[in-house]
Design a protein around this ligand. Structure first.
Ligand SMILES: [Zn+2]
Length: 84
């Protein structure tokens, strides 16, 4: 009866898509650059220059890094330059 009930969330945005990603980014961000931990928290994002990337956060040492999707596998710092 009320039009307000017709406001449905988009069907293509499943709940939990952040913690259970549709794509497996473990190949893009294989391991922590600092300690080698491979059980990382990975988030698909975009770098400031528009490249798709994976932001990885290490639960072990709390290091964070960016990895370019289909890139060379290097861990990048917050400004997009490679980590040493
Ligand atoms: Zn680590």
């Amino acid at each position: 009866m009320s039009a307000a009930r017709d406001r449905r969330p988009p069907a293509d945005e499943p709940l939990g898509s952040i913690t259970r990603p549709v794509v497996d980014d473990s190949a893009t961000a294989p391991a922590c650059f600092a300690c080698g931990e491979d059980d990382l928290t990975r988030l698909r994002v975009a770098l400031p220059d528009g490249r798709p990337a994976v932001f990885a956060s290490c639960p072990g040492c709390e290091a964070t890094a960016w990895f370019v999707v289909d890139g060379d596998g290097r861990a990048l710092g917050p400004d997009g330059t490679a980590r040493a």
